[in-house]
Design a protein around this ligand. Structure first.
Ligand code: FAD
Ligand code: SF4
Length: 492
């Protein structure tokens, strides 16, 4: 591949697409923060790629996108070919382009990140796929030979969608079950609209249905249908059920009025923003919280969010848009150790969020009516590194103080669980609730039940959209391999 001018990055600085002005965001604008590149901007930004010969960006990308190659196609304005190439590795490229923490993945490994500003890989990926889909591009499955095999996919999140996409391309009928009324998993019921417009998921559903994938929504496996029934009806099953076990921290006072768990807060709010509030729409309650939570009016109130991951950032930025008077995020380690995207932290700061680092909550303080008045916190310092090199926060004696607030949102994270209905089918789980897959004598992503495969957060623990996509995609390859072996055995 040859570049017209490999030194273009010297003349053209890194630019992201235009953002919604901060005054609108803080006044309650829920629109997707970043706009889309125009054709010329996309060409210019793609042209900043050095084609350095060592595409660390591709290696660091969990789905190993052919990044330099599609950047070159954008420069040549060959958008439909670029979209084809994007989909060859990634079943959800327009979503990843929007929500991946690029600063930790592809862009963080770009050679130009060292002083010149990384190529805006995520924004170009979004441009390619949005443009191609707008122009009517759709995956071409006309050469696919149907195998006659059928697979049930449990969970319509990124892992399940990626698996179904790859099964369809392998000629295997995928039927996707989800307990919710819409597809997307946390893309739909978790990530706020300012990071991912829900029209993107609706459009992807049309694409998937056009590929022959069927959805059975509002069906909870283990309740409305058993895994045994699915195994009777289908040749194999994929479990992409995610991680929904809430970590509450066990804080004294956490049952007080004004304490909200992060996910129901985000989901309920997302439903209101998108006009799918359960009061008016048919919907399932959020797993684990069978009663709908009532969202308090945050207008003018002091909101304290505990936790510094992606969920915490979504909570603080939602609270800003809901008109909170003061929004603070408290995290028990330092800023460099924050697990979420640095870009999202910068956006939160710009929107007026205040950060308290090295603070660990001890208890929620309440008044005589059991209403939140503050959180007792202790300052921390980094302790000895653990096996993974992470330094545990160590409380500093005598450093306790109370941070006054009216609302506390707990965003300590989620873990998966292996429910009884899975265990009854022979699925094994680890002590921390992850489904066990692979290992000696098994295909990658195959569980202890050879006809059941699994991937995404249910296997990895709470992680990223792109890692769930990678696992769903690769699990489909294992399923196709297992079914091909079966068909060959029958034929013999
Ligand atoms: P999920 O997306 O959780 O999908 C699982 C699906 O399975 C759900 O639809 C669920 O309803 C369904 N299901 C479960 N059990 C059953 C059952 N018994 N029967 C039928 N259906 C069932 N990652 C990023 O990369 N970038 C971000 O910016 C980002 N922000 C996030 C913000 C929040 C608030 C949260 C909570 C997570 C965020 N993540 C982000 C993480 C990312 O969303 C997840 O890692 C990813 O969605 C996991 O995909 P999955 O398919 O494994 O699971
Ligand atoms: Fe980067 Fe994510 Fe796209 Fe990979 S999928 S190139 S990590 S934005």
């Amino acid at each position: 591949m040859s570049r017209a001018n490999v030194f273009q990055f010297l003349d053209l600085p890194r630019e992201m697409p235009r953002r919604i002005p901060v005054e609108l965001r803080t006044a309650g604008d829920w629109g997707e923060l970043y706009g889309r590149f125009g054709a010329a901007e996309a060409r210019h930004q793609a042209g900043r790629c050095l084609d350095c010969g060592n595409p660390y960006c591709s290696w660091k990308c969990p789905v190993h996108n052919a990044i330099p190659q599609w950047l070159q196609l954008v420069q040549e304005n060959r958008i439909l070919e670029a979209a084809e190439l994007c989909h060859s590795t990634n079943p959800l490229p327009e979503v990843c382009g929007r929500v991946c923490p690029q600063d930790r993945l592809c862009e963080g490994s770009c050679t130009l990140d060292d002083g010149f500003g990384a190529v805006t890989i995520g924004a170009v990926e979004k441009y390619i796929v949005d443009t191609a889909l707008d122009q009517g591009w759709r995956p071409d499955l006309s050469d696919v030979q149907p195998t006659g095999c059928r697979v049930a996919v449990v969970g319509a999140g990124p892992a399940g969608i990626a698996c179904a996409d790859r099964l369809a391309r392998a000629g295997i009928q995928a039927v996707v079950y989800d307990r919710y009324e819409q597809i997307g998993g946390l893309l739909q019921f978790g990530i706020p609209t300012f990071k991912l417009d829900k029209a993107v998921i609706a459009r992807r559903r049309q694409v998937l249905e056009g590929m022959g994938i069927q959805f059975r929504l509002g069906v909870e496996v283990g309740r409305d249908v058993t895994l045994e029934q699915l195994l009777d009806e289908y040749d194999a099953v994929f479990l992409g059920t995610g991680a929904y076990r809430y970590t509450d921290g066990g804080l004294p006072g956490q049952d007080a009025e004004g304490v909200l768990p992060a996910l129901p807060f985000l989901v309920q709010n997302g439903r209101i923003v998108t006009g799918t509030d359960p009061a008016t729409a048919q919907s399932r309650p959020i797993a684990g919280w069978e009663d709908r939570i009532r969202l308090p009016d945050l207008g003018g109130r002091r909101v304290l969010v505990l936790g510094g991951g992606d969920t915490g950032m979504d909570c603080v930025r939602s609270a800003i848009r809901l008109g909170a008077g003061r929004v603070t995020c408290a995290y028990r380690r330092d800023e460099a150790s924050m697990p979420g995207s640095a870009r999202e932290v910068a956006n939160a700061r710009e929107e007026g969020v205040r950060f308290l680092f090295n603070r660990q909550p001890l208890a929620i303080e309440t008044d005589e009516h059991n209403r939140v008045t503050g959180v007792r916190m202790v300052e921390t310092r980094p302790g000895e590194p653990d096996a993974r090199g992470r330094r545990a926060p160590v409380p500093i004696e005598g450093s306790e103080s109370v941070i006054g607030c009216d609302v506390v949102i707990i965003a300590f994270g989620f873990s998966p669980s292996v429910p009884e209905w899975m265990r009854q089918a022979g699925i094994e789980g680890t002590a921390n609730g992850r489904i066990v897959t692979g290992g000696p004598g098994r295909l990658p992503y195959q569980t202890a039940n050879p006809r059941v495969f699994a991937g995404g957060d249910a296997v990895r623990g709470a992680d990223l959209v792109v890692t769930a996509v990678a696992e769903g995609r690769d699990a489909a390859a294992s399923i196709a391999q297992a079914l091909a072996g079966q068909t060959a055995a029958v034929a013999a």
